[in-house]
Ligand binder design. Structure first.
Ligand code: ARG
Length: 458
């Protein structure tokens, strides 16, 4: 039997296990069975293989499925092992399963088939996370907190405004994944090794049977390219980067007592008895490396591969799988940590005045009264420069003195005392900033309802 001769000749010798992807292929075991079934059903419909043989092959595939990946005979990969298992059960006629195809189009179909599932699971997880973040936004719409730029106190904002900023980024991450899904969900089957086949294959039919939206047209493209993997892994790495920012924010907040993590999401020290550390979020931050590494690994694997199929491709999928698995867990943990945390309102409000973070609001008041913004900025900058080392914010008198000095008129000619004092209050400061997308509770309520609408449609 020629097959046996060929297999013996290319058994691999000392490189056997190096050549084999059988263990890794467990991930595409179910996908390969689906692809095999679709292929033989199509071969029967096209009168390429007789009905009886196809029936026997399908029964054998059920049996192989029942036994599971762990019971497969030895093989270079899952495709070869399943074929051997079918031949073991059906006899040489089982070898008709591989008519009009190659492992090259087969593996490409398997990866796309399995990847769809992984993308959808990740998207569902992200959607769940977004729901939890919106809950936080609803509950903390009025919880004032310090906002930072350069990690320096900048302007007061709210927990809701902050958390919505991440929900918005996750909206785009969701959209990117679903966009990539469209290009994943195309059928490479029927392209054979790369050069098509003389058999009358119906590529639309296998697409239909496998739930692919369309056919990858060119047979060389279909079997040799993996840019669909790059797109997905890139979307995953971008998502991981979003999460890393969220995680870092919470780590910093925790270090200042601005957030109290639930014990479920904290860890302790084996030596320092007082410690409660934000380890879960540090791991979310750390896992960004898994995703970025995956993207790098994948691009490096693919770079410069000539047309058509090369065995390098056997090492491509793992980068995407690793990135997806790692980040899917991260999404859940990050959302869980934020959703179960406590936001100490008083501490946060007090912190929101640190470093004269209401300064911009005072300058805005002057500018609203007609003082050129640059001049208003100068006035308030001078007030800020005059603050003592322990002083967080000036009082009305301090502002009034500098203003009169710089503007040449009493401050009361521009703004009344009440308005200045309101601007110095972090809650009022937030309420003033009611521009679209801003932190004022009404503006946040608008953002929240748009976000809810978007979430309902994904
Ligand atoms: N296990 C291989 C892969 O994952 C299947 C294709 C093998 N094709 C070949 N021409 N050697 O890429």
């Amino acid at each position: 039997d020629e097959t046996v001769v060929r297999r013996d000749r290319f058994a691999g010798g000392p490189a056997r296990s190096f050549l084999s992807s059988l263990a890794d292929d467990e991930r595409i075991f179910a996908a390969d069975l689906a692809v095999d079934r679709a292929h033989v059903v199509m071969l029967e419909e096209q009168d390429v293989v007789d009905r009886e043989t196809v029936g026997e092959i399908l029964a054998a595939l059920d049996d192989v499925e029942e036994a599971g990946h762990g019971e497969l005979p030895d093989g270079e990969d899952v495709h070869e092992a399943i074929e051997s298992a079918v031949i073991d059960r059906v006899g040489p006629e089982g070898g008709k399963m591989h008519t009009a195809r190659s492992r090259n189009d087969e593996v490409a179909a398997c990866i796309r088939y399995r990847l769809r599932e992984d993308i959808l699971e990740l998207v569902e997880t992200v959607v769940g996370a977004r729901e939890r973040l919106l809950d936080v936004a609803r509950e903390e719409a009025e919880t004032v907190m310090p906002g930072y730029t350069h990690l320096q106190p900048a302007q007061p904002t709210t927990v809701a405004h902050w958390v919505l900023s991440y929900e918005q980024a996750l909206q785009r991450d969701t959209a990117r994944l679903l966009d990539a899904y469209e290009r994943v969900n195309q059928n490479p089957l029927g392209s054979a090794a790369f050069a098509g086949t003389p058999f009358d294959v119906d590529r639309e039919r296998t697409a239909e049977l496998l739930g692919f939206d369309s056919v990858v047209e060119n047979s060389m493209d279909a079997s040799a390219t993996r840019d669909f993997l790059v797109e997905v892994t890139s979307a995953v790495a971008t998502l991981a980067t979003t999460l890393s920012g969220l995680a870092e924010d919470v780590v910093v907040m925790a270090s200042k007592g601005h957030v109290e993590l639930d014990d479920d999401y904290a860890s302790t020290s084996s030596i320092m008895p007082q410690k409660k550390n934000p380890d879960t979020l540090e791991l979310v931050r750390g896992r960004t490396g898994d995703a970025t590494a995956g993207l790098n690994g994948l691009l490096t694997n693919l770079k410069g591969q000539p047309r058509a199929y090369n065995r390098d491709l056997q090492r491509a999928g793992r980068h995407a799988w690793d990135a997806i698995d790692s980040v899917t867990e991260s999404v859940e943990v990050a959302a869980g940590a934020v959703a179960t945390a406590e936001w100490p309102a008083e501490t946060l409000a007090a912190a929101a005045t640190e470093g004269f973070a209401t300064a911009t609001g005072v300058a805005d008041l002057l500018a609203m009264a007609g003082v050129p913004f640059r001049t208003a900025h100068e006035v308030v900058a001078e007030v800020a420069a005059g603050l003592g080392p322990e002083e967080d914010a000036p009082d009305y008198e301090a502002i009034s003195a500098v203003a009169e000095d710089v503007l040449g008129d009493p401050l009361s000619q521009f703004v009344d005392r009440e308005a200045v004092e309101a601007a110095l209050d972090p809650t009022e400061s937030v309420a003033m900033r009611d521009s679209r997308g801003g932190p004022a509770p009404e503006a946040v309520a608008d953002q929240l309802s748009v976000a809810e609408e978007v979430l309902a449609g994904h």
